[in-house]
Structures are given as C-alpha cells and as structure tokens.
Design a protein around this ligand. Structure first.
Ligand code: SF4
Length: 476
C-alpha cells in the first residue's frame, strides 16, 4: 500500500507534489520522495518519515521544474532500507528517468532471476526496480514508451499503478485488472495523476476520471494523451480499498467510499439487529459505518472513544509490539459515555484481533456493560499478495476460526461481520470485477499455492485514442 502522484504544471510542481503527497499520507508513512525535472536534470529528494518531516521549504524550493512525481511508501516488497525509498531515479544514456509504483508483482523472483542471469545488477530490493528495468530495456530496443508499457504488461503479474517520468514527460499506467486505484485530474495550469481523488481535491483541481485498467496516460507540455494497451474480460478492483485503505472522501472508479461504508453500516443492522444504548465507532475508519448503523437502527451515535489525531494508523505499523502500544496512546475511552451502557462498537475490519480485544477491554474498564462488535468487512481469511501488508494465515485471527470463536477471543458480547453479498451490493460493482482474495482465498491471477480465477487479458495495438486537451486551449 503506497501513494503515488505525477504532475505537469506550467507554474511549477514541487509545492503541489508536496500537498498531493500530504493528502495521500494515509497510504504510507514509512518514507516519502519527490523527483522533478528542471529541463536539464533531475532534482530529487527523499527520506524516511512523514511528508511533513521529510520536506522543508528550502528543499521544496530546490525541486525545480514543471513536471514531477512523488511517492509515499509503506513497504510490501523490499526491506525498510534507504535505497528502497521511491521515486527510484536512473540515468540511462542521455535520459533522466524517475519511477514510483503502488502495488506488488507476484512474479518478482522469476523476473529478477532472469535479469541477474543476464548479468544485470540491482541496487534495491523492490519490484519497482524490475519494472524500471523492463521498461528501460524495451525503450532502448524499440524507442517507443507505448511498446515498452505493452511489453511490461505482458511480462508483469500482479498489481501496479505506476508513474514514470522520462526527461520531463510523465507516463502513468494501471494494471489491466485495475487492482490499485489511480485517477486523472485537471489543475489550473496542468494535469495530475494520483492514487486517490483526494490528492486532486487538495490542489483545488477537478477529477476528470479514473485511469482505466490497462491504460497508458502521457502528460507533457502539449497536454494529455491516452492509449488503451490491454483490456481484461473482468476487472479486479481491490475490495479492501473500499473497506479500509482509501480515505472516506475518495471517489474510486466512480464510487464515493464514504457512501459505501455508510451503506454497509445500514446493512450491518439489517443483517443482525441488536438493541443497545448507543452506537460508537473505532475512529476514524469505523465512523462512516457507525453513522450508517445508527441511522438505520435509530440507536443514537455517541462518540465513546476519542482518537489522538497525531497518531498513524495502527494496522500499518510494521511490528506487533508497536501496534499494541499504539492502541492505548491512540484511543481513549470516555467513561461518562460508557458506564453501565450497552454499546454497539463498529469497526472496518478485524485483522489479528489484538487491537479489537484491547479496545473492548478498555471500554469494559471504562464501565461498558455490553460491547456488541459489528464489522464492515467479511472475515479476513487469507493473506494479500497484491500490495497490502496483510499478515500470514497464521496471524489472521479468522483464518481458522468460526465467528463465535473470534467473538470469544476478542471478548465481545456479540459479533457480526458484513456478508460478502451485502458488501458487494454496497460497492455497486459486479462481484466478478472485484478482488476478494483475502476474504475468499481465491485470487484474480495465478499465485503459487493458492486458488485462482484468472482474468483473461487481451492486448490491443494502441494508437493514441484521445487527446484530452492542450495547454494552449486551456489557456485560451
Ligand atoms: S487480496 Fe484483499 S487486500 Fe489484496 S488486493 Fe485483493 S482484496 Fe485487496
């Protein structure tokens, strides 16, 4: 899970990239980086930590140019090493190249092996460098970025939304199944591609549409051009983006995430009604669900857990010990709202169960009589191989337990997970167009040792299909 952004803007890009990354901070907190092209050279800066900690005004001032890309990272492939911080930057012949990637390739080992046998060396342990190698090799061969992206899509198995800048021209492409989100927006004097629409909103821009699965978008001083490289029979949008990862105010593939979560909250009540004194959420990710639950049940929504807003997300903190310590610092129960009360506690998901158990214990210590847990996702049964740092089956509490065993383990009075059918209905796509791998154990592409329902991908000879707009026409 990472956040990426690419911007071309006649007025300069460094500040805009900074604010776009700020808006995408929830997608990765380990490191951040920006590369820009000043017309002659790459200007680059990256470091470990949050966006606000990595970049200072003097640093941003030095990131000159009218095109640039940025990245916030949470590691899925590749260790927590400085060399793995993105964007990765290369010089090849006379070309300056910078690349950032959200997703995860499942055939990294085979591809890396192949390149190493051919004598190539790697400077990072990320799959992003492999994408860069495939692209650069093919561009060297054919001289055509479009062909190189087509070649990439043929070779790479997995999820990938990629932004690459070559000599100040930005190319963005999304895997043919559309697993990771990616959208295109218009700014006052330029264009933006970003993992989520919230980055476009943060810059006062207008979201034009999502980058289509299998599409290549080119952005430069002449405007935006789009080429459909590949089309899959069925898509596989990550269902967990709607449940947890994306910001509630993001619009992804035409769907407002907040509305999905609120609808799920309503369905949670319909599926398993309970009478209680109040509904409360695990803030912030459970809030839209809890509001929906309260609306449908007519049970008042009362904030009973207060969040320290200066903490990161516990789920994406890398170690168990850090996550456990973080829960108590992050959430504080309000005894006056809990004493002798029966409470419906709504959250987005249960992963390991340790956080849920800790929260319920804190609520009981604060006086709650009953805690009925309601969860906006079905039970997580299997790991993710496609870009989310989901634990192994052994660590997932529901992988080998039925619902009542999970309830007992987290000490809830009652427990209900939303059904997969209700979740799919709330999102509004066909179930066949969603990846549900971590919920069902069946993945949308072949993964060694796992069950799969692989999507058929057809490649098309692309010519530029549409030229959205030129800078000249925008100016007039
Ligand atoms: S396995 Fe789960 S988390 Fe991973 S891409 Fe599929 S739906 Fe998303």
């Amino acid at each position: 899970m990472c956040g990426i952004v690419g911007i071309v803007d006649a007025g300069g890009v460094s500040i805009q990239l900074y604010y776009a990354l700020y808006a995408l901070q929830h997608r990765g907190q380990e490191s951040a980086g920006i590369s820009t092209f000043d017309g002659t050279n790459l200007c680059k800066f990256k470091g470990q930590g949050l966006v606000a900690d990595v970049f200072s005004p003097p640093v941003l001032k030095d990131l000159k140019g009218t095109a640039g890309i940025g990245h916030v990272r949470y590691p899925t492939t590749g260790a927590n090493l400085p060399e793995n911080i993105q964007p990765l930057n290369f010089q090849f012949k006379d070309h300056f190249i910078s690349i950032a990637h959200n997703g995860n390739l499942v055939n990294t080992c085979e591809l890396r092996d192949e390149y190493e046998k051919a004598g190539q060396i790697f400077i990072t342990t990320t799959d992003t460098e492999i994408i860069a190698k495939i692209l650069i090799d093919e561009i060297d061969e054919s001289g055509c970025v479009e062909d190189a992206v087509r070649h990439c899509m043929r070779r790479m198995q997995g999820s990938y939304s990629v932004v690459i800048m070559i000599d100040g021209i930005i190319y963005a492409f999304r895997d043919p199944l559309g697993i990771k989100p990616f959208c295109l927006g218009k700014l006052d004097q330029g264009y933006i591609v970003a993992s989520e629409s919230v980055a476009v909103d943060a810059l006062g821009g207008r979201v034009l549409r999502d980058v289509k699965p299998g599409e290549l978008i080119q952005m430069d001083a002449d405007g935006v051009r789009c080429t459909q490289i590949a089309v899959a029979g069925k898509r596989a949008h990550c269902i967990f983006e709607y449940i947890y990862f994306a910001r509630a105010d993001a619009v992804m593939d035409g769907v407002l995430v907040y509305d999905v979560r609120r609808t799920i909250g309503k369905k949670l009540f319909e599926e398993d009604p309970v009478s209680a004194d109040s509904v409360c959420s695990v803030p912030d990710s459970g809030t839209a669900y809890a509001i929906g639950y309260a609306e449908r049940s007519k049970i008042p929504f009362v904030e009973s857990l207060m969040k320290n807003r200066y903490m990161g997300r516990t789920f994406i903190m890398p170690t168990q010990k850090e996550r456990e310590r973080a829960v108590r610092i992050k959430l504080n129960p309000i005894p006056a709202h809990l004493k002798d009360k029966s409470v419906v506690l709504v959250d987005d998901s249960i992963v390991r169960g340790t956080t849920s158990k800790r929260i319920i214990e804190m609520m009981r210590d604060a006086g709650a009589r009953e805690v009925h847990m309601r969860i906006g996702s079905p039970a997580i049964k299997a790991p993710c191989y496609l870009g989310v740092d989901m634990p192994t089956r052994k660590e997932l509490i529901a992988s080998d337990k039925i619902q009542d065993e999970v309830r007992h383990s987290i000490t809830a009075t009652s427990l209900h997970h939303i059904s997969l059918d209700a979740l799919v209905e709330a999102i509004g796509f066909s179930r066949d167009d969603l990846c549900t791998g971590c919920l069902t154990g069946c993945y949308p592409l072949p993964i060694t040792g796992e069950t799969a329902d692989p999507r058929q991908v057809n490649f098309i000879d692309g010519t530029y299909q549409s030229k959205l707009e030129s800078f000249e026409s925008r100016a007039s």
